[in-house]
Design a binder for this molecule. Structure first.
Ligand SMILES: [Zn+2]
Ligand SMILES: [Zn+2]
Length: 298
């Protein structure tokens, strides 16, 4: 199949639009969409939430080419043996090669438990499973806190269109429309402004971009991924998208419109334990840490 814009052979067919693009025009179209989400960002000091996986590494590469200001990558090392340790190494190598400062936060040092230890603790106590929400809460908490301490103007996340569509569906099902979508547009000085440049780009295209640009990243699945509620939503969104291409775009657009009509509920308070912003008296991170300590010494 030929490229729609030149005589070269197409490498990617986008079913949702019918487009066929060659490597050069694929990259052009990819970066155009990412750039649109970053308009307004000039020579600012920005941070990227970097895991070392394909999405965040592609984002690091894209931003380091585009951005003229300072660039810092922040990684949370959750302590998952044989998985996160390897991706942290690759993340550091990419930062070194691309000239970005790299800040790594060690979860065990912060809360006294690694994710591996948390899972074995739950197992020992005969509790069924730990939700992946644990990692999500910790990541949001520590990456926001680090970004604020580093005094950056923007914090960038590598969420792609598939992630966004899954989150939209999950929030709808949980009757949680007032909850912002990633990048969670929380306002106030305690939250660093967030952007998701790949918001409108399907996961598959982020992978193709990485391949075409020769990006080296960590390719492995988290050993705990099978417990994630998100998996069911991923399957559902994929099924819908296969039947009618464009479903992901529709979900995210509708969700954005609907959630913008909901004012955020309640005012931001400060956590009575740690002082970080929260909508409750105690933040999720402190609540979860307390549960773990209770479990451990029970
Ligand atoms: Zn072309
Ligand atoms: Zn707290």
């Amino acid at each position: 199949m030929k490229c729609d814009r030149c005589d070269n052979v197409a490498i990617e067919h986008m079913r949702y639009s019918g487009a066929h693009l060659c490597p050069e025009h694929f990259i052009e179209f990819f970066e155009q969409r990412a750039r649109r989400e970053m308009k307004g960002v000039r020579r600012d000091r920005i941070a990227i939430a970097l895991s070392g996986g394909k999405d965040s590494t592609a984002l690091l590469r894209f931003v380091s080419d585009e951005h003229e200001g300072e660039l810092i990558a922040i990684t949370l090392d959750e302590g998952i043996d044989g998985y996160r340790d390897e991706s942290v190494v690759i993340a550091s190598e990419n930062c070194r090669d691309l000239g970005a400062e790299h800040v790594v936060i060690d979860l065990k040092r912060e809360i006294g438990f690694s994710i591996d230890e948390i899972f074995s603790l739950y197992e020992e106590r005969g509790l069924k499973h730990v939700e992946c929400s644990f990692c999500g809460v910790m990541r949001r908490y520590y990456i926001n806190r680090a970004a604020r301490a580093l005094n950056v103007d923007y914090l960038l996340f590598a969420h792609n269109l598939d992630d966004m569509a899954q989150t939209a569906l999950m929030n709808l099902v949980h009757n949680d429309l007032s909850r912002g979508m990633p990048p969670y547009n929380n306002s106030g000085p305690e939250f660093v402004r967030r952007l998701a440049p790949f918001k409108w780009i399907p996961e598959r295209e982020v992978a193709v971009y990485g391949l075409v640009r020769g990006i080296r990243c960590h390719i492995a699945e988290c050993p705990y991924a099978h417990v994630a509620e998100r998996n069911r939503y991923r399957s559902a969104v994929n099924l819908l998208e296969r039947g009618s291409p464009g479903v992901r775009h529709g979900l995210v657009k509708s969700y954005d419109r609907a959630s913008s009509m909901f004012p955020r509920e309640g005012e931001m308070k400060r956590c009575s334990e740690c002082g970080e912003p929260t909508s409750n008296d105690v933040c999720k991170r402190c609540e979860m840490t307390k549960t773990l300590e209770d479990l451990k010494y029970k």
